[in-house]
Design a protein around this ligand. Structure first.
Ligand SMILES: Nc1nc2c(ncn2[C@@H]2O[C@H](COP(=O)(O)OP(=O)(O)OP(=O)(O)O)[C@@H](O)[C@H]2O)c(=O)[nH]1
Length: 509
């Protein structure tokens, strides 16, 4: 995605600078010029970019930096701080409370991705234990109700709308009432869009808003307009009480950075970004972790949350336990694939690891890898429990392999290829034998380092290098070890295991 390219350009500029033997003014200027160019290409306003560059030069006084200080770190930190400043709207987003009925109204121009985003928003909350519902109060565009209905059905979210009622206010009120009675705690009202900001659109929005009494109004905007987002966001803010913004299509347009910074300048908190057409191509937007990922510095807490979202709590220690005993079964492999698929776009997952960027996962590769996981899983679906739970590949005799191929509609050689992959992974993960399962209160540096050693044996060498070698890994484990809950630590180990699975299967370079 485009932001990955922006992040990649900035990271490369920093990397090139740190490759220089001496960091003097010339080297720093070259680096800042590269960063400036990347930001201007992303349509970030010229004045913001210029101020950022001036500020960094002010902060980074090369002569004052004592010898031995990691200049790259200091400069990277300054870039990080400045980017955060550009993207910080200066006020936190409004938060809704689970369990209490909240009404959220979506507004935006036609084609901004509003209807798609309503469902993504509902789906995101549903996965986190909310009870969402969708109301289609868009009576302007023919087909809007069908689209919402189709999306909602796919995500198993209740919906409300009408083919005959032409008054959006009535639909909104009836829909909200209906779902309040059904104890839904997140009632999402999708409203009409128009091609441009016209009086009729704003008037309708105001009427729906007065009648439906939303707790939050979310303005949805297409990122392709870049810094022109400032005017659009201001116009909506002045007409309805916009409490939060979602910027869509961040996957396809070079101007994403401009849109983000322009909206932040209107002091509207951006809460999510849309990164594709699919339901899970939707990311929480939080300035600091976002910038951190953009610069290849990772986002560990985001990673931990993601893992905890998809891996059932009771499954976590179990996997580590089995691996520490040297048991790597086909079922474990299956569960790992399942988790990776549930985690959503893998580019996102990767960019949460320090040293990685979303750029490493082009869209084509993403689709290819998901197809491979699914293919392998279909074959495993045709296996018996005995086959899935065995650690002895010899039980998979020729006749069993033929049965699996027939059962899954695959060719024999495809089943054999999958089994070869399993054997390869089993060999690698057998090195986790002896892993120390972290227990409450046992986060001594000794146990952490032992785990880091175990982990380093199973990580693909390229991945280890990317994280910063053994030192980088130890550092990571230490950061996780000091996390307040033990789950965070186990989750990170889990995530390393899942991601390394992915690496091995895809043979990433
Ligand atoms: N690539 C990409 N496409 C998106 C994203 N969000 C929405 N879309 C696509 O944008 C198009 C318009 O989305 P809709 O949800 O129909 O737009 P809308 O704003 O509700 O349109 P109206 O209901 O007419 O106001 C659809 O083809 C969506 O699939 C995104 O984040 N990335």
């Amino acid at each position: 995605m485009v932001l990955a390219q922006l992040g990649g350009s900035i990271s490369r500029a920093l990397q090139q600078m740190s490759n220089a033997t001496i960091i003097d003014e010339k080297v720093l200027n070259e680096c800042l010029n590269e960063i400036t160019r990347a930001l201007l290409q992303a349509d970030v306003q010229f004045k913001l970019v210029r101020d950022m560059s001036t500020n960094i030069k002010k902060i980074v006084n090369l002569e004052d930096l004592a010898a031995g200080h990691n200049k790259r770190r200091i400069i990277q930190q300054a870039v990080y701080n400045e980017l955060c400043k550009i993207l910080d709207p200066g006020k936190p987003a409004f938060t809704l409370k689970k369990g209490k009925p909240s009404v959220v109204m979506f507004v935006g121009l036609q084609g901004s991705g509003k209807t798609t985003t309503c469902t993504k928003y509902a789906y995101h909350h549903q996965k986190r234990g909310w009870k969402p519902a969708l109301v289609c109060a868009d009576t302007f565009r023919a087909g809007a109700f069908d689209q919402l209905k189709q999306n909602a059905t796919k995500a198993k979210i209740p919906f409300y709308g009408s083919y005959t009622e032409s008054d959006p206010v009535k639909i909104a009120v009836d829909g909200v009432e209906t779902f309040k009675k059904e104890n839904c705690d997140l009632i999402i009202v999708d409203t009409s869009g128009r091609h441009k900001q016209e009086a009729a659109l704003f008037e309708e929005m105001r009427q729906v808003s007065v009648a439906a009494k939303p707790d939050l109004v979310i303005f949805v905007m297409d990122s392709s307009i870049g810094q022109a987002a400032f005017d659009q966001a201001q116009a909506f803010r002045q007409s309805v009480a916009v409490g939060a913004v979602i910027i869509t299509k961040m996957d396809g347009h070079a101007k994403g950075g401009g849109a983000l910074s322009a909206v932040a300048a209107t002091k509207s908190p951006i809460i999510f970004i849309g990164t594709g057409e699919h339901m899970d191509e939707f990311e929480v937007f939080d300035v600091k972790p976002f910038v951190s990922r953009l610069l290849g510095m990772g986002d560990l807490s985001g990673l931990v949350n993601k893992i905890q979202d998809v891996v059932p709590m009771d499954q976590q220690p179990e996997l580590l336990q089995k691996l520490s005993e040297g048991h790597f079964t086909l079922r474990i492999m299956y569960e790992q694939f399942q988790n990776m698929l549930k985690m959503g776009p893998l580019g996102q997952v990767f960019s949460m690891l320090p040293g990685f960027s979303a750029e490493m996962m082009p869209q084509g590769r993403e689709k290819e890898s998901q197809a491979k996981f699914k293919r392998y899983m279909t074959m495993m679906d045709s296996m018996t429990d005995e086959e899935l739970d065995s650690t002895n590949p010899k039980i998979l005799t020729e006749s069993r392999i033929m049965r699996i191929a027939r059962g899954s509609g695959r060719l024999v050689h495809e089943v054999m290829e999958m089994l070869e992959e399993y054997k390869r992974l089993a060999k690698i993960f057998s090195k986790m034998k002896g892993l120390k399962i972290p227990k409450k209160g046992d986060m001594s540096s000794l146990s952490r380092n032992m785990n880091a050693q175990n982990m380093s044996k199973v990580l693909p060498p390229q991945m280890l290098k990317q994280i910063g070698g053994m030192g980088g890994l130890q550092n990571l484990m230490k950061q996780m070890g000091s996390a307040k809950d033990m789950m965070g630590y186990s989750s990170t180990m889990e995530s390393f295991i899942s991601i390394s699975h992915y690496y091995y299967i895809m043979e990433m370079k």
